[in-house]
Ligand binder design. Structure first.
Ligand code: AMP
Length: 436
């Protein structure tokens, strides 16, 4: 008896035609990141559990509740990576990269795993595209990664994304701020959940991230870390803002933005989807990118003192926004070749393959059959032109291209293309690499 299986809860299959949007996102990222000098790294899907406990932080939701952790057959505790910054820093340290170059710019793209409660845009396996710049504490690097994300959204045509910005200061701003937060929240501990109480005890800044209902108002009224910044961090933050203004990148100062991971220092930022229309169907997919500076992380993980800054972008959410905004056009083939059964069919199929190899998106119907059915198929997959590869056409050395999107009585409905000049015609009318 056969058994039916379903995918694991919270983990999605990505199938055509959705994958076309993913590929467009990835291709845009690769082209743009290369211009900014960011090179790709690929780290393993699993890491030593302690790496995440140490870097992400023991009292974060990720470490407390969301990690896929298990013992391997050798009894080592390993974890499916919940994020990419700690593995990147681990690799940066392990391979002694700091000894080989003063500044390193890396990016990564791949699946992350968190055992979260599912909502629109929140999954247990999701994809992140992340950038990491090591070696410089200069404000220009904070702005570089923000500008990189900003330009990426612009190129993709992501609608209504707003940059939220804050600074957490360096270590020296923290103690006074944490004291102020403790004083603010202390009278409320009696009515807090056990979870929130623990957070209050161990890292009160995390309370600003809490979604607990009774805490919404006190969080809104809590002191802001911006009022506690040390002189150097304040200057750094001003420079970040001046540079952003020079680049005409708009931002909103968000005094509560502390981010869910422990390792941030100074600049923190998020790009949040805030539709002008007020449409809230995608509100739980709101934050598409989060990042900031983590000057202590490399040292904390046993490496040299190397400042770092970066971001992670949620690609599932990005794709969702692109699809909702119809910004992503699924490009169909430029040309669909209709075939007849018989010896000519092999020539037609071989030509399809050769044109593909030359960089053109060309298709045919492997089922063959009636021409009418093949034209219907071509229209269904969004082909721009349909042509028939028949004896008459081949003998005359001329193909008749039908523009499928045009009405029958349109003057440009049909175009005659010389068989010998087929590729030259495609090069002029549908250059390789351009969507049809
Ligand atoms: P974080 O590593 O938590 O700062 O997340 C960075 C980005 O990854 C977020 O802004 C989201 O876009 C995305 N992300 C985080 N968690 C999830 C999830 N469970 N499902 C889908 N996307 C996520």
């Amino acid at each position: 008896m056969s058994q039916k299986f379903a995918g694991v809860k919270g983990m999605n299959d990505l199938l055509p035609p959705q994958i076309a949007t993913w590929q467009r996102v990835e291709a845009t990222a690769r082209a743009l990141f290369a211009c900014y000098g960011y090179q790709e790294i690929r780290t393993p899907i699993v890491e030593d559990t302690a790496l995440f406990v140490r870097s992400v932080g023991e009292v974060t939701d990720i470490v407390k509740k969301e990690m896929y952790t298990f013992d391997d057959k050798g009894g080592r505790s390993i974890t499916l990576r919940p994020e990419g910054t700690a593995p990147a820093a681990r690799a940066y340290i392990e391979h002694g990269i700091a000894n080989t170059e003063p500044v390193s710019r890396w990016f990564y793209l791949g699946p992350m795993f968190r055992y979260e409660r599912m909502k629109t845009g929140r999954y247990r396996q999701f994809y992140q595209l992340g950038a990491e710049a090591y070696g410089s504490g200069d404000a220009s690097m904070d702005v570089e990664v923000i500008a990189l994300a900003w330009e990426f959204f612009r190129r993709l045509g992501v609608p209504d994304v707003v940059l939220h910005l804050n600074s957490l200061g360096d270590g020296s701003a923290r103690p006074a701020y944490v004291e102020a937060l403790k004083a603010h929240f202390a009278p409320l501990t009696a009515s807090m959940s056990e979870d929130a109480k623990q957070t209050f005890e161990r890292n009160p800044m995390r309370l600003l991230d809490s979604k607990e209902e009774g805490l919404a108002d006190p969080i809104a009224k809590a002191p802001a870390i911006l009022d506690f910044l040390d002189e150097a961090s304040r200057k750094h933050f001003e420079e970040v803002q001046r540079l952003l203004a020079k680049l005409s990148i708009p931002w909103t100062l968000d005094r509560r933005l502390v981010r869910g991971l422990d390792y941030y220092t100074r600049t923190t930022f998020e790009f949040i989807y805030q539709p002008k229309s007020g449409d809230s169907a995608l509100s739980t997919a709101g934050t598409v990118c989060g990042g900031g500076r983590y000057d202590g992380l490399v040292h904390e993980l046993g490496g040299p003192e190397k400042p770092a800054v970066g971001f992670a972008m949620g690609l599932d959410r990005l794709v969702m926004l692109l699809e909702a905004g119809n910004a992503a056009q699924v490009a169909g083939p430029t040309l669909f070749i209709g075939t007849f059964d018989g010896p000519l069919r092999e020539d037609a199929v071989a030509r399809v393959m050769r044109l593909r190899n030359a960089g053109y998106h060309v298709d045919f119907d492997p089922r063959g059959g009636k021409l009418k059915r093949q034209i219907e198929r071509a229209a269904k997959v969004g082909a721009r032109y349909f042509t028939t590869w028949g004896e008459k056409e081949v003998q005359a050395g001329k193909l008749e291209f039908k523009a499928l999107a045009l009405p029958d009585d349109h003057p440009q409905k049909t175009t005659t293309v010389e068989l010998a000049g087929l590729e030259a015609w495609l090069a002029l009318n549908a250059p390789p690499g351009k969507a049809s």
